[in-house]
Design a protein around this ligand. Structure first.
Ligand SMILES: *[C@@H]1O[C@H](CO)[C@@H](O)[C@H](O)[C@H]1NC(C)=O
Ligand SMILES: *[C@@H]1O[C@H](CO)[C@@H](O)[C@H](O)[C@H]1NC(C)=O
Ligand SMILES: *[C@@H]1O[C@H](CO)[C@@H](O)[C@H](O)[C@H]1NC(C)=O
Length: 589
């Protein structure tokens, strides 16, 4: 059945492809298409490596549905995220701006938002493409992961909520899947928290003991009250540190619909079918269009929640099972689109927020993604493995089938592209770093508009790339790189993620130069001796960096200490705190 449907889709795809070619030959194609208000369906995977999927060269992972999008659409092979971690990359995706511009970065090592009970998040004065599309009459929905903050001052002001950023429908996790959601071996934040609480416990216990001893030996004269209080507090902290894992699960791994908490903590076996059901009913509700639907998968982040029928089925352990399940979800979503008769009127996009995590490998077991021939991965600043992600656009009848584009493109380009398609205008009162992709996708332009792209790690510029068009060369310059552990690993094993600053990074002077066009793995450092153009390239890139830096203005950093601190009064809780427990059964809207 599925097979039949696919082959008929194939034929339609072929027809569409031919049409697309014809269309792209016509000089006016671009203007015909822009402002045509197609439906827009954006699919974003979490932590998926570019080397994990078939159409990017993996021959043992089965991803037929994503491959189908590429076969009958346009595949970008130099598609890069604006950051190598979730929160900043997603902020840049939604706003079309480097995350330093919105302040969705830190300067002190907090690479993502750590808590739903933190006050940092996407500032309300940032404009997402959802906001513009909504103004242009689109129904706008987000299903899945958010991870761009929730509250500012109270547990229900929802100042950073998707519904305050242009979406009129939200179903999913305001936070993110984390190892902690399932008391998983690889925990993102439990260990730190347990250590801090344990430390406080020890301090208080010591205070209580010293006071008690001093008092018993008549060395000091205090009442018993401080002794009792510090002892009680110490016991409380010890108990809390013991249950902290369970508390985090309750507190942060929950599902919301619009402003209502639906499940806290979330039930894992339900979440995938629930998300699919939500997607299907959104499409049904809004089939008269135009709509924007962002499906932000909880896959393939640890703890790799996978339904029974996919467990043990892939050639790559639990990680592979999870990737193949996500691909199946993509297929289900495309089938739903087809069933509503929306395939030809919908632009579909597939990407990942950044590269796969190399640190999530325990012993011989793989729990993180594969970044193909690229060096580094999730979190490794400017190295390709952390930022080079899949990028596929599919729109039968308009975009050519099977086109492959190697020009530098960015996830930030989705912003001006969809705004243009909706007939909107990109904001003029701020810098937008993304560029309209439509001419490139249609084939009316040969080159992308990105001559330079900057690669940040937190608020620090680690690298930059220069596409020297007249020579067809792609230069990459690294100013700062993390110290890999062990050396040459492309990762920082023993840590959760590589650092961006401090003692564990190297500042290069002169900077490291690579020719990505000949050396995509960034394996051979070019020197003034081996590369006659060395100084010229350096000079040109440094000038571009200076020009870029002149466009930056200081903004409050949302991920720094104050914004990223857990505040009990901001903790969303559907029962009396700290017993955050509920399960609301109702029909998906
Ligand atoms: C395919 O993906 C798996 C899982 O990430 C990885 O272990 C394997 O090396 C990849 N194979 C190829 C040929 O890229
Ligand atoms: C979600 O909120 C939007 C408006 O903010 C409303 O139109 C929609 O009906 C809400 N959906 C649900 C399920 O409450
Ligand atoms: C948003 O507000 C902050 C101050 O909180 C300001 O620094 C920033 O420039 C504003 N951003 C925009 C795009 O207006």
């Amino acid at each position: 059945m599925l097979h039949l449907q696919r082959s008929c889709l194939c034929f339609r795809g072929w027809l569409a492809g031919m049409l697309g070619v014809l269309l792209s030959l016509a000089p006016s194609a671009s203007s015909d298409v822009s402002a045509s208000q197609p439906n827009i369906l954006l699919l974003m995977a979490d932590d998926l490596g570019i080397g994990d999927i078939g159409c990017y060269g993996n021959n043992t992972m089965r991803t037929p549905n994503i491959d189908h999008l590429a076969e009958f659409g346009v595949k970008l092979t130099q598609h890069v995220s604006a950051a190598s971690l979730c929160t900043p990359s997603r902020a840049a995706f939604l706003t079309g701006r480097y995350p330093v511009r919105s302040g969705m970065v830190s300067s002190i090592g907090h690479r993502v938002l750590q808590w739903t009970g933190a006050s940092g998040g996407l500032p309300t004065n940032e404009t997402t493409f959802a906001k513009i599309l909504k103004e242009k009459g689109y129904a706008t929905g987000l299903i899945g992961k958010w991870h761009l903050g929730l509250n500012c001052e109270s547990a229900s002001d929802h100042c950073h909520h998707p519904l305050h950023h242009g979406f009129d429908y939200f179903y999913g996790m305001p936070f993110s899947m984390m190892g902690d959601c399932a008391r998983w071996e690889l925990s993102e934040k439990r260990v730190d928290l347990e250590q801090n609480l344990n430390f406080l416990f020890q301090v208080l216990a010591l205070v209580a003991l010293t006071l008690a001893a001093g008092k018993l030996m008549h060395l000091i004269s205090v009442s018993w009250m401080p002794v009792i209080w510090s002892a009680l507090l110490a016991v409380f902290l010890l108990t809390t540190s013991y249950f902290v894992g369970a508390l985090i699960v309750h507190a942060d791994c929950f599902l919301m619909r619009n402003h209502t908490i639906m499940e806290q903590p979330m039930r894992f076996q339900r979440v995938t079918p629930l998300m699919l059901q939500e997607v299907k009913s959104f499409l049904k509700r809004n089939k008269l269009g135009p709509f924007l639907l962002v499906v932000s998968f909880l896959h393939v982040h640890i703890p790799l929640i996978t339904m029974k029928n996919f467990l043990g089925k892939s050639a790559h352990g639990l990680y592979g099972d999870n990737v193949e399940e996500m691909d199946w979800m993509v297929g289900q979503i495309l089938d739903a689109l087809e069933m509503e008769g929306l395939t030809n009127s919908t632009l579909v996009y597939f990407t990942s927020d950044h590269g796969g995590s190399l640190e999530n490998q325990l012993g011989n077991t793989q729990y993180g993604g594969w970044n193909g021939l690229y060096k580094g991965g999730k979190g490794t600043g400017g190295w390709e493995g952390g930022i080079r992600v899949p990028g596929i656009f599919h729109w039968p009848g308009v975009l050519p089938a099977g086109r492959v584009i190697g020009e530098p493109t960015s996830l930030m380009d989705v912003f001006p592209t969809v705004v243009q398609l909706a007939g909107g205008e990109v904001p003029q009162d701020r810098v937008i770093d993304g560029r309209d992709l439509l001419p490139l996708l249609l084939g009316t332009a040969q080159h992308s508009d990105h001559e330079f792209l900057m690669h940040y790690c937190e608020q620090f510029l680690h690298a930059a790339r220069w596409h020297q068009r007249d020579r067809g060369t792609l230069w990459k310059v690294h100013f700062v790189t993390p110290v890999f552990q062990p050396e040459g690993a492309g990762a920082c094993y023993g840590r959760k993620v590589c650092p961006c600053s401090g003692e564990k990074v190297v500042h290069h002077d002169p900077p490291l130069l690579f020719d990505l066009s000949r050396d995509p793995s960034e394996a051979h450092v070019l020197t003034p001796a081996s590369e006659p153009l060395f100084y010229q390239v350096m000079e040109r890139v440094q000038q571009a960096v200076r020009e870029h830096q002149q466009t930056l203005s200081p903004v409050p950093l949302q991920l720094d200490r104050l914004g990223n601190l857990w505040r009990p009064w901001l903790q969303p809780c559907c029962g009396p705190f700290p017993l955050c427990w509920c399960l609301r059964e109702d029909d998906p809207q």
